[in-house]
Every structure is written in structure tokens, then in C-alpha cells.
Design a protein around this ligand. Sequence first.
Ligand code: UDP
Length: 259
Amino acid sequence: MSKRRRIYEGKAKILYEGPEPGTLIQYFKDDATAFNAKKHEIIEGKGVLNNRISEYIFSNLNKVGIPTHFIKRLNMREQLIKEVEIIPIEVVVRNVAAGSISERLGIDEGEVLPRSIIEFYYKKDELNDPMVSEEHITAFGWASPAEIDDMMAMAVRVNDFLSGMFIAVGIQLVDFKIEMGRLVEDDVMRIVLADEISPDSCRLWDVTTGEKMDKDRFRKDLGGMLEAYREVATRLGIMKINEAHGSKGPVLVSDNDTK
Ligand code: UDP
């Protein structure tokens, strides 16, 4: 067993201390939770897929100049990240109505929104992550007005990048949630993308069939969650059908294949 110090354990991930100061190791678990963990199951292999999908997305975001906490993937379930001070706000970007906005505002699921909408939620499990406004965020000191501007600009850039990346492989990005943190480097503090981006935190629909390829498969008991996540990874080119190994399904592309 590992003797590393565990810094934090969440619903789907564990953070361990990293090899150097200012770094952490982010471990992806197989736990699937919904409705604030009232629903819980182990989906074997989910952590491995989310580690790879999030690695793919974060490394590409780094390449296009959107700063993230991601340094490198270490193994099947772990990645090395920069330690940041997490801002206790979940930023949701919506392109199409689904989930809570459909319920709250009575908009049919699938209706394209007049424009992309950014929402803020206060990260507080005991309160079921309530939706908050910029007023709450600044009044309670969770983030400054300048930080909110940075967060919104980053959310728009991430939405543009992800929408294009997914549509290119026949997937519609309906909505997603991101988290951000403060990183101090060379005495300068800036906001960087943190946490993960995976089918756990996005709504992804097949463009032609409308089939759900995300955590709604678990939330709504549709089955086939792992297969859907695998299909996302395959379409992004992270996995390939490997008949040479006699496997029926796709297998993870090795490190050498992606370099
Ligand atoms: N989301 C998330 N974590 C949360 C809440 C939401 O990753 O704690 C994601 C969710 O997967 C969806 C988007 O944020 O892609 C919008 O979620 P919504 O507000 O519709 O809430 P939900 O339907 O998950 O209750």
C-alpha cells in the first residue's frame, strides 16, 4: 500500500501529496455518485477512462493557452497536478437546456438556448451546491470581481474549445461544470482550471441519435455508462479498436501511440 499522505478525498477522486512542493497527485476512483451521493455505485474502469479523457482535454487546453493545473498523467489512474487554492464555486456553462435548468425554468430538454449561459454554484455538499449570483460570490468573499471576470472569460474559452472538439467527433456539448483555483507562480497569482473535465462533468449527446454519452446514463438508470464513456474516448482517439490483441472492445492507446 502507498504511504503517501492523503490530502483530500472526494466523491470520485483522491488527492495525495505530490513528489515536490506545490504538486499533488490526483487519483481517479471508480465511484459513480449522483444526487449529492445519495445514489452510489462502483463502475469498474470509470476512473481509468476519466483519467485519460481529462488528461486529453487538459493537455490540449494547456496547448491552446488556457492555463490548467495539469502537469502530466502518471499511470492508469493518477495524474500529477499543480497545487492550487480551489475557489469554492462550480461554474456551469450551458448551450442546450437539460437537467436543472429545464426543471427550474420549465424549458424542454434539448432546446437550444438563445446563447451560452454561465451559472455559478456554491460548492457546499451540506447545502446541495446552491446556485448563487455574482453578488453572493463577492459579498461573501469567495472570489473578487476581477476573479469572476477571469472565471467567466475562461469558461467561455473552454466552452468554445470543447464544443469544437466534441462536434468534430459527432458529439454535442450540452453543458458542463468546471472548477478553478488560484495559483501563485513567480509572485503572480492567476486563475487556472482545476479538477477534471470528463463525461462525469459534461452532458454529451450523440449528434445523430441524440443518445446520452455521459453521467446521465447513471443518474437516469439508462445502463451502459462505461460503454458510453469508452465510446467518447474512442471517438477522441484516446482508445482504438485493437483486433490484434483479440479483444472485442476498444483498448487504451498506449503512451507511445499518443506521442
Ligand atoms: N455538474 C457536475 N457536478 C455537479 C453538478 C453539475 O459535474 O455537482 C454538471 C452536470 O454533469 C452537467 C452540468 O454540470 O453537465 C449541469 O448540471 P445541472 O445543473 O443540470 O445539474 P444536475 O442535473 O447534475 O443536477
